[in-house]
Design a protein. Structure first.
Length: 42
């Protein structure tokens, strides 16, 4: 769990994805279908 910051800081927190990103060329039909659920702002 991350620690709570109680004062102002300019440090950018470290971030690591917990799930491996999907390679679209190797994605299954179910994965490609799941990606269509999220609408784009464009």
């Amino acid at each position: 769990m991350s620690r709570i910051v109680h004062r102002f800081t300019r440090n950018v927190p470290d971030w690591q994805p917990r799930v491996t990103p999907v390679d679209l060329a190797k994605a299954s039909p179910q994965q490609l279908d799941a990606l269509k659920v999220t609408p784009s702002n464009t």
